[in-house]
Design a protein around this ligand. Sequence first.
Ligand SMILES: [Zn+2]
Length: 59
Amino acid sequence: MVEAFVRLVCPECTKEWQENPAELPELRTNFSCSNCHATRRLTEFMRTERDLEAVRQFQ
Ligand SMILES: [Zn+2]
Protein backbone atom coordinates (compact mmCIF):
# COMPACT_ATOMS: atom_id res chain seq x y z
CA MET A 1 0.00 0.00 0.00
CA VAL A 2 1.31 3.43 -0.93
CA GLU A 3 1.14 6.08 1.74
CA ALA A 4 -0.29 9.47 0.77
CA PHE A 5 2.08 11.17 3.16
CA VAL A 6 5.27 10.29 4.95
CA ARG A 7 6.15 11.57 8.39
CA LEU A 8 9.42 13.38 8.89
CA VAL A 9 11.18 14.51 12.02
CA CYS A 10 14.22 16.74 12.25
CA PRO A 11 17.11 15.00 14.06
CA GLU A 12 18.30 18.37 15.38
CA CYS A 13 15.23 20.29 16.59
CA THR A 14 12.69 17.39 16.56
CA LYS A 15 10.21 19.37 14.44
CA GLU A 16 7.67 16.94 12.95
CA TRP A 17 5.83 17.37 9.67
CA GLN A 18 4.45 15.46 6.68
CA GLU A 19 5.37 15.42 3.02
CA ASN A 20 4.04 13.87 -0.16
CA PRO A 21 6.63 11.15 -0.93
CA ALA A 22 6.30 11.80 -4.67
CA GLU A 23 7.55 15.35 -4.14
CA LEU A 24 10.59 14.54 -2.01
CA PRO A 25 14.11 14.59 -3.48
CA GLU A 26 16.32 11.54 -3.76
CA LEU A 27 16.97 9.95 -0.33
CA ARG A 28 20.76 10.29 -0.42
CA THR A 29 20.70 14.01 -1.19
CA ASN A 30 21.03 16.65 1.49
CA PHE A 31 17.88 18.11 2.93
CA SER A 32 17.53 21.21 5.13
CA CYS A 33 15.11 21.54 8.00
CA SER A 34 12.75 24.49 7.42
CA ASN A 35 12.76 25.21 11.14
CA CYS A 36 16.40 25.07 12.32
CA HIS A 37 18.10 24.80 8.89
CA ALA A 38 20.09 21.73 9.91
CA THR A 39 21.30 19.92 6.78
CA ARG A 40 21.36 16.12 6.77
CA ARG A 41 20.68 13.38 4.29
CA LEU A 42 16.97 13.02 3.68
CA THR A 43 17.05 9.47 5.12
CA GLU A 44 17.87 10.94 8.53
CA PHE A 45 14.59 12.87 8.53
CA MET A 46 12.44 9.77 8.05
CA ARG A 47 10.56 9.02 11.22
CA THR A 48 10.23 5.25 10.79
CA GLU A 49 11.37 2.47 8.48
CA ARG A 50 7.85 2.50 7.01
CA ASP A 51 8.17 6.14 6.04
CA LEU A 52 11.53 5.40 4.46
CA GLU A 53 10.07 2.54 2.43
CA ALA A 54 7.16 4.71 1.29
CA VAL A 55 9.61 7.24 -0.15
CA ARG A 56 11.67 4.50 -1.82
CA GLN A 57 8.62 3.41 -3.81
CA PHE A 58 8.72 6.74 -5.61
CA GLN A 59 12.44 6.68 -6.44
ZN1 LIG B 1 15.26 21.20 12.59
